[in-house]
Design a protein around this ligand. Structure first.
Ligand code: BES
Ligand code: MN
Ligand code: ZN
Length: 505
């Protein structure tokens, strides 16, 4: 059994997602002898027939017959030899002034989806005539970022790999150097997102608290400081809440700390829920469709680790520490029971009224640790915490809970920029009564408004530090290929938290 576990852990270190991701170059002049051309076109360029390609007979004919208007994301696929290419695709941008980072990402995602199913071996993507408000270089970099994000695949369990050889793409830009510089930062973010997706897609038998810790350790080569607290270390600190959640499993819990110290400022702390599988415990989850999704209950921890990787790879001038509370919520003769009273590291005692409300228990000790050990400037926790959040705002928004207006503003802005939008939900002492226990300081469930009582519970462990809670239940998995996501893990939160950390004054 021991050898099996270690061999899985080493296999884990080699993902092949990269194989499906095309290589992308930024060029001022076409260098690739590509078979396919993708031309980004605005309505204005279309009206002026402003390039040789747009003046080509076959292209003009196709535009006229289809009524192609270059509105945003409109595609026109032309199977004709034009300007030395076998095939040309026109991709509408709509009004360039309206293009944002997020809509540029989505245009890139459309290109990736198209390239994936197309036979093209190499593609030139021409953006050079486009000058949106943010500039051509920024647009091209965000477009390329979208292409990479949508090209992800998780194929390590297929006996036949389908990815084949990576395709070659070049993007024509007006300023190669600037475009490359911007893109290389976004490539770091892509790597962070892919790490989070890989970890979330990985089934629970392979991704345990220990193998997650090994994945964090693998970031040491990028200059990340990693510390792993095992059970005795957590016992010493009195982490009775985290330990109780993990004790039903023979895969022991871990507190994993990963820090990118790119500046001497006080750190920002990101605290992640890392339940590698959530059976519910004795309050067992009984719905087959929802329990199988609980391999993704460590998506908060994955987002925290992915963010650290994204920042480390771009050597960002920020100090960010991720504290990840890893445990498996299982049933066994060792497991915690409904009614048990736990003592958290903060000293507060907790009556477990529902073993399926385990996320807040592990986060209680992780928040306390992050606060005590690092005295952060601000703390954000990220967790697949409650089904109630999904009921309230669905799966497009994440729930944001904070009493700190500044944090609310910063996080909301970052979310808008990267298209991981947040919706603020109530947090405040009006929920305190619901968490009063007859025999302990707190109980772990209230009677109503599940997402807000969970948030109020967490607040008890954050001290005086500015803090926000992100409930990402429903955001971690996508049911379909859509925009920059592929079906399965989204890596939700990496882009948001990276953007937030980079924007800190
Ligand atoms: N991991 C779940 C929440 C969840 C639900 C995540 C759906 C993703 C999709 C969490 O641990 C949980 O079980 N929460 C309970 C809390 C309840 C017992 C108070 C819930 O939401 O039902
Ligand atoms: Mn649960
Ligand atoms: Zn859970």
């Amino acid at each position: 059994m021991k050898t099996l576990m270690t061999s899985l852990a080493t296999v884990l270190l080699s993902y092949s997602a990269v194989a499906a991701v095309p290589s992308i170059e930024m060029n001022q002049k076409a260098e690739l002898d590509a078979d396919t051309l993708v031309l980004l076109v605005s309505p204005e360029q279309l009206a002026q027939s402003s390039s040789a390609v747009l003046q080509h007979q076959a292209v003009k004919h196709a535009i006229k017959t289809t009524g192609f208007s270059a509105k945003k994301a409109a595609q026109l696929d032309i199977l004709a030899e034009v300007a030395g290419y076998n095939r040309v695709m026109l991709l509408g941008t709509g009004e360039p002034a309206q293009l944002t980072a997020a809509s540029s990402n989505n245009l890139g995602a459309d290109i990736a989806a198209w390239v994936k199913k197309d036979k093209a071996r190499s593609v030139t993507i021409d953006t050079a005539a486009l000058q949106p408000a943010s500039g051509n270089a920024d647009f091209a970099a965000q477009l390329a970022h979208g292409i990479e994000l949508r090209s992800y695949s998780f194929d390590r369990y297929f006996s036949k790999k389908t990815a084949g050889e990576a395709k070659k793409l070049e993007i024509l830009v007006t300023d190669e150097q600037t475009a490359e510089r911007q893109f290389s930062k976004l490539q770091a973010v892509t790597q962070g997102v892919f790490l989070a997706r890989d970890l979330v897609n990985e089934p629970a038998a392979a991704l345990t608290p220990e193998t997650f810790a090994a994945q964090a350790k693998a970031l040491e080569k990028y200059g990340v400081k990693v510390r792993v607290l095992d059970v005795p270390a957590m016992e010493k600190l009195g982490m009775g809440a985290l330990l109780a959640v993990g004790k039903g499993s023979n895969r022991p819990p871990r507190l994993v700390v990963a820090q990118w110290q790119g500046s001497d400022q006080k750190p920002l702390a990101i605290v992640g829920k890392g339940i590698t599988f959530d059976t519910g415990g004795y309050n067992l989850k009984t719905d087959a469709e929802s329990i199988v999704r609980m391999t993704s209950d460590m998506a908060g921890a994955a987002a925290a680790l992915g963010t650290v990787k994204a920042l480390a790879l771009q050597k960002a001038p920020v100090n960010v520490v991720a504290v990840m509370a890893m445990a498996e919520n299982m049933i066994s003769d060792k497991a915690m029971l409904p009614g048990d009273v736990l003592k958290s590291a903060a000293g507060l005692t907790i009556q477990v009224t529902n073993t399926d409300a385990e996320g807040r228990l592990v986060l209680a000790d992780a928040l306390w640790y992050a606060n005590k050990e690092f005295q952060p400037r601000a703390m954000v926790d990220i967790a697949t915490l409650t089904g109630a959040k999904v009921g309230a705002v669905g799966t497009y928004y994440a729930g944001l809970f904070s009493e700190q207006q500044q944090l609310v503003d910063q996080l909301s802005l970052a979310g808008e920029k990267v298209n991981e939008p947040l919706w603020r939900l109530p947090l405040g002492p009006q929920f305190a009564d619901e968490l009063k226990s007859d025999i302990a300081d707190l109980k772990n469930t209230g009677s109503s408004t599940g997402a807000s009582t969970a948030a109020w519970f967490l607040k008890q462990f954050t001290g005086e530090t500015p803090w926000a809670h992100l409930d990402i239940a429903g955001n971690a998995l996508s049911r379909a290929d859509k925009e920059v996501n592929t079906k399965g893990a989204t890596g939700y939160g990496v882009r948001l938290l990276t953007e937030w950390a980079l924007q800190q004054p």
